[in-house]
Design a protein around this ligand. Structure first.
Ligand code: NAD
Length: 456
């Protein structure tokens, strides 16, 4: 049997060796899911909701163990891991209320009654990245199950451990066999097979824009439903009339959180020229104060990168002649460490300004006025997230409406919540997760006309 070796990024030590799922395992999982679906879709909505609550209860009972496992496997600070596992539980609770509220409509037509139903799709494949492993899995699994689908979840091969735990916990909580299966295997084998499989009705993918393009093309062969949550290069726009101290204090976590491996990272910091020097001075103090180190230390703010390959990629954006304006700390020794880094001044065509780095590297881009801020913010193939800092409320809303991005925050860098839709404009993706929108994308509208002989 072939295996997957899972590393701990903070130490480079082996954390686990697990069976590796390839294309044949994907075929078998889809067949089991297909067999489980007729019974699962018939489970009464209230019972499906109760089951999702039981999964949430069981996750809550294991929350600390899951947090430690996530922190070790993904290299994220334990305090971040705890809040992510908290969101996982909240996501199951939110969608536990959904089955009984997944209503249709009646529509007035001549000769009878037209009504709509929200039908489950069948077997859905959920493919997730390594940066927020269980969190992003929950965003997909909970609404998919709530809508009555059977799920095959393929986590990233670097971070499969908490997803495997989710499968175990959900089955122990009473989810029927075959309704949720986790395939720990590579994208190139297990992933591609799920995307090609004729019995998979939908692929919900979170990952890079490059792989997302491939998945969209492959899924078109069988006209699968596809939602794509892809990369980003989000702007943090700071106007001169903002609370500059608050913006400078908040900017580091908005880009160096999760060691910059965050699709919402505000990695382009746009600053109005009048306050540029003041902002940079304050930002420098905050960046140098970031505690980078052991993910299990309660005081750690930033952990390592996920892998040696990721560190090499990130380092390529900071060559020896790069304009490093601010550099924080990073431990020596084993572990895939990279110090938080701010580049300024940068050329507009610098790779670090244009491409998603997915590491702790930010660029500073000065602007003169509102029109230039909007032009620069939108000057990217991406459109996932972003922030606007100003004390002028009308300007904040004007800029928010003008920015081509799916998730924005004003005087804050927080834009992800269980109850609100999340997703990207442009090449950051297709469709929305979370909130009521996710439920819609895991179901299909059916219209039924019932002739009653009535007129009008
Ligand atoms: P990735 O695209 O390399 O891999 C994501 C997943 O896809 C993994 O499970 C991988 O095994 C699988 N995969 C790879 N090739 C595949 C193929 N041909 N067919 C099917 N599956 C395949 O991404 P990553 O490196 O794990 O994650 C980083 C990327 O994810 C970044 O670009 C980041 O911006 C993005 N991301 C986006 C969001 C969002 O919500 N928009 C959230 C987190 C991460």
């Amino acid at each position: 049997m072939s295996t997957l070796t899972v590393l701990e990024p903070a130490t480079e030590a082996v954390l686990a060796v697990i069976p590796r799922a390839d294309a044949e395992a994907a075929d078998a999982a889809v067949a089991r899911a297909r067999a489980a679906w007729p019974a699962w879709r018939e489970v009464a909505p209230a019972d499906r909701g109760r089951l999702l609550h039981r999964i949430a209860d069981a996750l809550a009972a294991s929350a600390e163990a899951l947090s430690v496992l996530e922190a070790r496997n993904a290299g994220k600070p334990i305090t971040d891991a705890r809040s992510e596992i908290g969101m996982v539980i909240d996501t199951f609770r939110y969608y536990a209320a959904a089955p009984e509220r997944h209503t249709g409509e009646t529509i007035p037509v001549g000769g009878g009654i037209a009504m709509t139903f929200r039908e489950p799709l069948g077997v859905v494949a959920l493919i997730t990245p390594w940066n927020f492993p269980l969190n992003i899995a929950a965003w997909k699994v909970a609404p998919a199950l709530a809508a009555g689908n059977c799920v095959v979840l393929k986590p990233a091969e670097l971070t499969p451990l908490t997803s495997l735990e989710l499968e175990r916990i959900a089955l122990a909580a009473g989810l029927p066999e075959g309704v949720l299966q986790v395939l720990a295997g590579p994208g190139s084998t297990a992933g591609t097979r799920l995307v090609e499989h004729p019995d998979v009705a939908k692929v919900a993918f979170t990952g890079s824009t490059t792989v997302g393009r491939r998945i969209a093309a492959a899924a078109s062969e069988t006209i699968k439903r596809v939602t794509l949550e892809l990369g980003g290069k989000s702007a943090n726009v700071i106007f001169a009339d903002a609370d500059v101290a608050a913006a400078a204090a908040a900017a580091p976590s908005a880009v160096f959180g999760n060691a910059g491996q965050d699709c919402c990272a505000r990695s382009r910091i746009l600053v109005q020229r009048e306050v540029l020097d003041d902002f940079l001075a304050q930002l420098g103090e905050h960046v140098r104060a970031i505690r980078v180190g052991d993910p299990l230390d309660e005081t750690t703010v930033m952990g390592p990168l996920i892998s040696a390959a990721q560190r090499e990629t990130v380092a390529s954006y900071v060559p020896s002649d790069a304009p490093v304006a601010i550099r924080g700390e990073a431990p020596d020794g084993p572990g895939f460490w990279f110090a938080p880094t701010v580049l300024s001044p940068v050329r507009p065509d610098d790779r670090a300004v244009v491409e998603e780095i997915f590491g702790p590297v930010a660029v500073i881009v000065p602007f003169s006025d509102e029109a230039e801020a909007v032009r620069l913010a939108n000057d990217t193939i991406y459109g996932l997230s972003g922030s606007i800092w100003t004390n002028d409320g009308a300007k904040a809303l004007r800029v928010a409406r003008a920015m081509e991005s799916g998730n924005l925050s004003i005087n804050s860098n927080s834009s992800v919540r269980v109850s609100t839709p999340f997703g990207g404009f442009k090449q950051s993706g297709v469709g929305r997760e979370l909130g009521p929108h996710a439920l819609e994308s895991f179901s299909e509208v059916k219209t039924v006309y019932y002739a009653t002989g009535a007129t009008g």
